[in-house]
Design a protein around this ligand. Structure first.
Ligand code: EPZ
Length: 430
């Protein structure tokens, strides 16, 4: 299994270009098959989850042409199958977006039921509630969700839980339903806005995305478009906290500062200096970091996908900090790994009590999931000595060229897959 080996202690300094948003791209790739014309999408992140989604789309018969690492052409006119193999949903939960896309376009879809994952049970009851409200029958048998509709008719849907996935899946079905749909208590994440903009560029009629009430007027069909994915605010935030934890000076480029407001606010609270530009944000951490409290919330609140990154940074701040995870029930699995590096965090229910320590020391740790894995890399970059992070396949799901981008900021990090390579790296950097 591949690993990262890191020699910590170097402040990260310089500029890093942020890629397209993985979570926006996953939804947009699914929606791209909703027209029989050709769609061109660019600024795609070249990460594992995106490549799996493209395989799933190809697997049902869509034409997928990779123009380059970050650009793809998709044509859904020859789709012959509306059944998504378990293998894809096992690899990425987001293949459930094909439920909404296929149900909206063909009034029929069957996708393996997504299991839980490393951060929680991940139910899809709100997705199903929306499909049924729009006139679809939904059955769950043999680990599959099968859904079908004689006719899809707009409705007034109130989400019981603010769910990004359910909001996006319902938007896709409603886009081609007859009449008007209103989604109340909708998720407001930037990627919800991105999928709405994408579908509108294909001729859909969606208003209010980014607010908690989204109004959709169903249209007959969707047409071709060319579209560019928004920048990934979670990739950007990850580098911003890496700058803070290593007392560095990093400018993240090709970002939308507004999407980073909750992250920027917390970095200011803990003592970083921030400079905002039109499409860049600079983070300077010269003095000691201060403690703070943070609670993860749906956008525009502090993002759950940035929870491990701030917790690892607060682990090096003066005083005691509190991190409350209100979205997922099992998102503190990195705490035990961090303890091996000297971290002092006590988890009680969905709250972590973080007592800042002077320093982390390098150790062998294992990435429990995508964002926690990235947070452990941040800990290794700040730690004294050598850290080896195992199971980095999780990190590669959502971060393109992660080690190259970090090396571009002065980090001593390499991707290895043998003890011999770890020894070679250790000798080289000592
Ligand atoms: C999306 O997951 C993201 N994934 C997650 O990012 C992100 O953490 C999450 O939104 C919250 O922002 C993608 O976009 C591919 P939710 P999603 O539905 O849509 C509950 C990453 O690191 N819920 O907004 O699955 C659910 O249990 C990943 O990139 C229901 O109860 O999240 C959770 O507590 C991790 N019933 C809350 O809502 C439902 O039907 C928010 O989940 C759906 C969700």
């Amino acid at each position: 299994m591949e690993q990262y080996v890191i020699k910590g202690g170097n402040p990260l300094v310089g500029e890093v270009v942020i890629g397209g948003a993985k979570n926006a791209a996953l939804a947009i790739l699914a929606a791209a098959i909703m027209t029989d014309e050709t769609v061109v999408i660019d600024n795609l992140p070249d990460v594992r989850d995106i490549n799996v989604m493209l395989q799933a789309i190809q697997g049902i018969g869509a034409m997928v042409e990779r123009v380059d690492r970050h650009t793809v052409k998709i044509n859904g006119s020859h789709i012959k199958d509306v059944n998504i193999e378990y293998d894809y949903i096992k690899k990425i939960r987001a293949s459930y977006y094909l439920l909404g896309a296929l149900l909206g376009k063909y009034k029929k879809a069957c996708v393996a039921l997504p299991g839980g994952c490393n951060i929680g049970s991940r139910p899809i009851d709100q997705h199903i509630k929306g499909f049924k409200a729009l006139g679809a029958e939904v059955s769950i048998e043999h680990g599959q969700i099968a859904t079908e509709a004689e006719e899809l008719v707009g409705n007034h849907i109130y989400l019981d839980v603010v769910s990004v996935g359910a909001t996006i899946n319902i938007i896709m079905v409603a886009a081609l339903a007859k009449g008007n749909t209103i989604i109340e208590n909708a998720a407001k994440e930037p990627h919800v806005v991105d999928i709405a903009n994408f579908l509108n560029s294909m001729g859909a009629n969606i208003k209010g995305a980014g607010t908690d009430v989204i109004r959709i007027k169903g249209v007959e069909r969707l047409h071709k478009t060319e579209y560019s994915i928004i920048p990934d605010q979670i990739e950007a935030g990850t580098f911003m906290f890496a700058a803070a934890a290593t007392k560095g000076d990093v400018t993240v480029k090709n970002v939308i500062p507004k999407h980073l407001e909750a992250t920027t606010a917390k970095l200011l609270e803990i003592g970083c200096e921030i400079e905002e530009y039109d499409d860049a944000v600079r983070v300077v951490a010269s003095g000691p970091l201060q403690h703070t409290h943070v609670k993860t919330l749906p956008y525009p609140g502090y993002p759950t996908d940035m929870q491990p990154q701030i917790a690892v940074t607060l682990g090096l701040s003066e005083g005691t900090s509190i991190v409350t995870e209100s979205i997922f029930e099992n998102r503190f699995k990195y705490v035990d790994e961090l303890a091996r590096m000297g971290g002092n965090i006590k988890v009680e229910g969905n709250t972590a009590i973080i007592s800042g320590v002077e320093k982390y020391t390098g150790a062998r740790v294992s990435a429990p999931d995508l964002r926690a894995g990235a947070a452990l890399v941040i800990a290794g970059l700040a730690a004294e000595g050598i850290t080896v992070v195992d199971d980095i396949v999780y990190i590669q799901r959502g971060y393109e060229a992660f080690e190259e981008k970090l090396r571009g900021l002065g980090a001593k990090i390499e991707r290895v897959n043998s003890e011999e390579e770890i020894t070679k790296f250790t000798l080289k950097v000592s």
